[in-house]
Write a protein that binds this ligand. Structure first.
Ligand SMILES: C[S@@+](CC[C@H](N)C(=O)[O-])C[C@H]1O[C@@H](n2cnc3c(N)ncnc32)[C@H](O)[C@@H]1O
Length: 395
């Protein structure tokens, strides 16, 4: 089907859902009791997101926030509360029925928040050609929309265009562990239900890097559905548009603290745990942002650390036999590639089969935020214990 055909069907699907208040879509995690205090029921009823990009307390007072595919307006209204009266929220959507509901409720929300007038503007437009000025937005949010767009790379380029240098995005969306096969891609029902249009994690994060974003990383992940062995996940991702001019910064060197033993960033620079290396002046502000600030020691002169230094973090696997149970780790951290202390090389977005021993390592607090875990075994997986040896290549 043509791109226009897909878009028309998606729009019809959501117009119908908004008109009937049908319940569709995915796991979110909203605190509805809190939202009910200022957002009308009709808006909450047509919340079709798969995360809470505006509820992550990343929104700051006075900011300009753009919500791509704003639907009935739930995240715009939450952002409206967070940016306060001095901030501005722009919601864009292609579906008139959604826009009508959102616009109708904007003055009600403003009154409930005690604002003299609404600070939310709903504009009709496409995610692939946003009716928004260049470099005018501090934060982009979006909730379960980009998977519905046939040309995701165009959406990523538009996001980069409208974001101001130094700005960021936080997006919740549905992604898959492997490429969606053609028989599902052409299933328009499943496309409208936020499944068939999902990109593989590696393609999604890689597409954002190609558009110019850096420091792309997972904030949250929730398993969603398994269809014909394909795992669909809800992920919330953040990334940054760096300023083009090098800022004067005292950060000149970075020492990787762990838990990874080695990482390669999105610019191809390699950091080894405990070893200091000069940082690119352009990228220095990135290392002060989340989650980098907790992974590196940032200094104005080189500081290398002994292996025994308490600031370093290394998590070694237990010296026990391992069991293969069908677990796969998908690295979703802020690097193109990362290595653990058992010589696994995790390439971002590519599932790597791991044994029970490695699963335990990756489920420890320092590693957990950087991975999405799936299990592909249809039964119990194996219970055979395998003796690991570094040369045996078992894990
Ligand atoms: C799954 S709903 C999510 C709505 C809202 N973000 C929420 O959390 O409730 C998807 C919304 O995105 C809109 N949408 C889908 N594809 C779009 C595109 N390419 N450009 C603009 N809007 C789009 C639909 O009209 C619909 O309102």
């Amino acid at each position: 089907m043509s791109y226009d055909g897909i878009t028309q069907r998606v729009s019809d699907r959501y117009a119908r859902a908004a008109a009937t208040g049908e319940q569709i879509c995915c796991p979110t995690g909203y605190n509805f009791d809190d939202l009910k205090t200022f957002i009308p029921e009709q808006v909450l009823k047509i919340s079709y997101g798969c995360g809470t990009p505006a509820g992550l307390e990343t929104v700051r007072s006075g900011e300009t926030v753009l919500d791509i595919g704003s639907g009935g307006g739930i995240d715009c209204f939450e952002a409206s509360r967070q940016v306060g009266q001095t901030g501005l929220v722009i919601g864009i959507d292609m579906t008139d029925t959604m826009l009508d509901i959102a616009r109708r409720h904007a003055p009600v929300v403003a009154r409930n928040l005690g604002y003299p007038s609404s600070n939310v503007e709903f504009r009709k437009g496409m995610a692939e050609a946003m009716p928004v000025e260049d470099s005018s937005v501090d934060l982009i949010i979006s909730n379960c929309v980009i998977n519905l767009a046939p040309d995701k790379c165009k959406v990523f380029r538009e996001m980069y265009r409208v974001l101001r240098p130094g700005g960021r995005f936080t997006i919740s969306d549905i992604v898959s562990d492997q490429p969606v096969p053609q028989y599902l891609v052409h299933d328009t029902e499943k496309w409208g239900n936020c499944l068939s249009g999902a990109l593989q994690v590696s393609e999604y994060m890689g597409g954002m890097v190609v558009a110019g974003f850096l420091g792309i990383h997972q904030v949250k992940f929730t398993p969603w559905q398994v269809i014909d062995g394909l795992h669909f996940l809800s992920v919330t991702l953040t990334g940054y548009k760096l300023s083009e001019t090098a800022e004067v910064d005292r950060v000149r060197f970075a020492t990787l603290l762990g838990p990874f033993s080695r990482v390669m960033d999105e610019l191809g620079q390699i950091y080894q745990r405990g070893k200091s290396r000069p940082v690119n002046a352009h990228a220095a502000p990135l290392l002060k942002a989340s989650p980098f600030q907790s992974l590196f020691l940032l200094t104005d002169s080189p500081v290398s650390l002994e292996a025994s230094d308490s600031r370093l973090c290394a998590i070694l696997p237990e010296q026990v036999p391992c069991v293969w149970k069908g677990d796969y780790a998908i690295f979703t951290g802020p690097f193109a590639e990362a290595e653990d202390d058992d010589h696994h090389i995790f390439r971002r977005g590519i599932p790597l089969e791991i044994c029970s021993k490695t699963l335990k390592v990756l489920e420890s607090d320092p590693y957990r935020p950087h991975f999405a875990m799936i299990n592909r075994a249809t039964g119990e997986g194996s219970s055979t214990q395998v003796a690991c040896s570094p040369s045996g290549g078992c894990c």
